[in-house]
Design a protein around this ligand. Structure first.
Ligand code: TSJ
Length: 649
């Protein structure tokens, strides 16, 4: 050791002093020493390469995970300067040996990923690595410097003529197992992070290679965040092409890609500042939101879509169905992060800069693409109405909690089960009083409840919520299930795990099924999503012979039964009421022998559309759809398969 110090004393001492602090308290510098902290080292190094890309001096980054879980990162940039720094040490040694060295030798300013509040510097990586091999090629020279055991310089750099004309920086490091609780590199984590970086810089090519497995990926997106948005919306039914614009204001570069989807009620805004994800938003997101709200409202007023008497559309209406990527670059001296985890941008200038660019560019876009703009506004106005309706429904729901009392409708109507076990209990909703009577007698009263329905069930698609809530059949269902309805529906409060619709096997019965399903679909959708809703299937025929009784559900089953047995008498059930309670139990209610059809929604968007068309009050699309899809004489009759909301178990 002494001889080494003699050769390299000054820098050696300085390096050790600086980096010792990092080894003593790694958490202070990289957050934690678990797998997150471990991967933080990779991002730190990669960010330096990305800075070179932002400086427009590199366009290629390669990351290799070696078999020993060491990581090698290289770029094709200018190469870290290799001359002597004003401190008297070679610049690479300063970069890797001094905390926050970044800014010190790079006074060029500009937009940087590393060295901001998030960047901890390559020196931290060095301090927490068993070894680092730095390989720089520039000015026709190849410069190799190794660091060992937490950043110690034990050898002079090796400088040789470059073997080829390529320029660039390569950093190969091995995270120190005595620092980290795990040193296994996660491919998936690398893949996600590097792909994100590639999206954010158009054309940048990032290669990832895992030598442990041979797996590799290349990320390169010539359309940048437009492709990012397309990737985010690929499973949604999108509404038009992505909208892209960019601009610069007060030295802040702003880039936005956004796309709307139909039948998607959420919003997803993903924002970045200097390629760092701002999970908690901040001033730039505020500017973005006020910018799009203003653009759409201004346009709607200009075109008379919103009249003087109308309120402005609010931000939530305008963002319904929106997927957006906001990517901004701020000069280092303006960067300011906030919050516990520093994931929120605080820079005040960013709000105005983003708002100004969004308002201007989106304003242009809307003016230019009038038809798209009008369609989007139509969607937003619908969203706004739906929100009003939902608010009303919520108010109604609160009201009925007070007005529906057990005594009023339910006495004598619902036959509840004896046990109170929502996980096991079943509710049979039964068409007609007489079938209801048989079901009450035939059921297993320990866990089966019977709710007979008297009149026709209202069509929830064509009835205002407030009228629906005056209807006794609807109220008794809401009350029996006991989990509320509409926006306040809470499946965890459901009294039953199975809700079984039991109707006659005829057209009327099918119609009642549809009406009930429409109600569940619109007001208790979670019940369907969770697979709680079933349809009972009573048999169509009873075949009696001298020593047996059997049932048939289809004509084919009937043929089989009658060819087997001689002198069979066949009874066709016209309705549930024709079965006595034992028969009803045997064929339709006994869990051992019954067949239930579970109601499922394969495709919410399709089901939603079909319910709206088939059950809604717009006659024309309804008739058109039926003419194209259903061949029934009676317009009011469809099978459940026609509506497309069920699938057989
Ligand atoms: F590749 C990498 F990601 F591993 C990596 C690349 C890691 C680190 C620590 C640094 C770099 C890096 C640094 N690539 N390119 C540079 N460029 C400079 O440091 C550089 C070169 C020339 C000039 C100049 O003004 O001439 C300025 C700088 C900052």
């Amino acid at each position: 050791m002494a001889t080494i110090k003699k050769v390299y004393s000054d820098s050696d001492i300085q390096v050790l002093q600086g980096l010792d602090a990092v080894r003593k308290r790694p958490g202070m510098y990289i957050g934690s020493t678990d797998d997150r902290g471990l991967h933080h080292l990779i991002w730190e190094i990669v960010d330096n390469g990305i800075d070179e890309v932002l400086a427009e001096e590199a366009n290629h980054i390669k990351v290799t995970i070696h078999k020993d879980n060491s990581v090698e990162v290289s770029d094709n940039g200018r190469g870290i300067p290799i001359g002597i720094h004003k401190t008297g040490h070679p610049t690479p040694e300063v970069v890797f040996g001094t905390l926050h060295a970044g800014g010190k030798f790079d006074a060029t300013g500009g937009y940087k990923v590393s060295g901001g509040l998030h960047g901890v510097g390559s020196s931290v990586v060095n301090a927490l690595s068993s070894w680092v091999i730095l390989d720089i090629q520039r000015d026709g020279k190849k410069y190799v410097q190794t660091f060992e055991n937490g950043g110690k310089v034990v050898k002079k750099p090796k400088i040789t003529p470059a073997p080829n004309k390529k320029r660039g920086t390569t950093v190969h490091f091995k995270p120190d197992p005595s620092v980290f609780s795990t040193t296994i590199i996660d491919y998936k984590a690398c893949e996600e992070r590097l792909k994100e970086s590639a999206y954010l810089i158009k054309g940048l090519k990032i290669e990832l290679l895992d030598e442990r497995t041979g797996k590799s990926d290349t990320f390169q997106f010539n359309n940048g965040i437009v492709e990012f948005v397309e990737n985010k919306t690929k499973n949604k039914s999108t509404f038009g092409e992505p909208i892209y614009f960019e601009g610069i204001s007060q030295d802040i570069k702003v880039e936005v890609a956004l796309q709307y989807s139909e039948n998607y009620y959420g919003e997803e805004l993903i924002s970045f500042v200097n390629n760092i994800l701002t999970k908690d938003g901040g001033t730039h997101e505020t500017g973005f939101k006020s910018g799009i709200t203003k653009s759409f409202n201004d346009y709607a007023r200009l075109k008379g879509i919103l009249k003087d008497k109308d309120d402005n559309l609010d931000g939530t209406d305008i963002r319904e169905g929106l997927t957006a990527i906001l990517n901004i670059r701020i000069p280092e001296n303006l960067l300011q992060f906030e919050g516990q985890t520093k994931n929120k941008l605080g820079t005040t200038e960013a709000k105005n800069a983003v708002e100004q660019i969004v308002t201007e560019k989106l304003g242009f876009y809307l003016a230019e693409k009038g038809e798209i703009a009008n369609n989007l506004l139509e969607m937003m106005i619908k969203a706004s109405r739906a929100r009003d309706a939902a608010r009303k429904a919520r108010e109604e729901a609160r009201k009925i909690k007070k007005t529906v009392s057990k005594k009023t409708n339910l006495a004598g109507k619902l036959a509840p089960p004896q046990s109170r076990n929502p996980q096991k209990n079943e509710l049979y909703i039964v068409e007609g009083d007489s079938a209801g009577g048989s079901a009450k007698l035939g059921r297993d009263r320990t866990f089966q409840a019977i709710l007979p329905l008297r009149g026709k069930v209202l069509n929830s698609e064509r009835t205002k919520t407030e009228d629906l809530l005056k209807n006794e059949e609807i109220l008794s269902m809401i009350y029996s299930i006991g989990a509320g309805f509409g926006p306040d529906f809470n499946i965890n409060k459901s009294n039953y795990k199975k809700i079984i619709i039991m109707t006659d096997a005829d057209n009327d019965g099918a119609h009642i099924q549809i009406l009930l399903l429409t109600f569940f679909f619109r007001y208790m959708q979670e019940l369907i999503d969770a697979g709680y809703v079933y349809i009972a299937s009573p048999p169509l025929y009873k075949v009696t012979t001298k020593n047996s009784i059997s049932y048939a559900w289809t004509d084919e089953e009937l043929r089989e039964l009658t060819t087997q047995a001689k002198n069979a008498s066949i009874q066709r059930f016209k309705g549930l009421g024709e079965m006595n309670s034992d028969q009803l139990w045997d064929t339709t209610m006994n869990p051992e022998t019954r067949t239930l059809i579970q109601v499922k929604i394969d495709n919410f968007v399709e089901a939603d559309k079909k319910v709206a068309i088939l059950m809604g009050d717009d006659v024309v699309p309804r008739r058109e759809w039926i003419e194209h899809n259903v061949s029934f004489e009676n317009e009011d009759t469809f099978t459940l398969e026609d509506v497309g909301v069920i699938e057989y178990e």
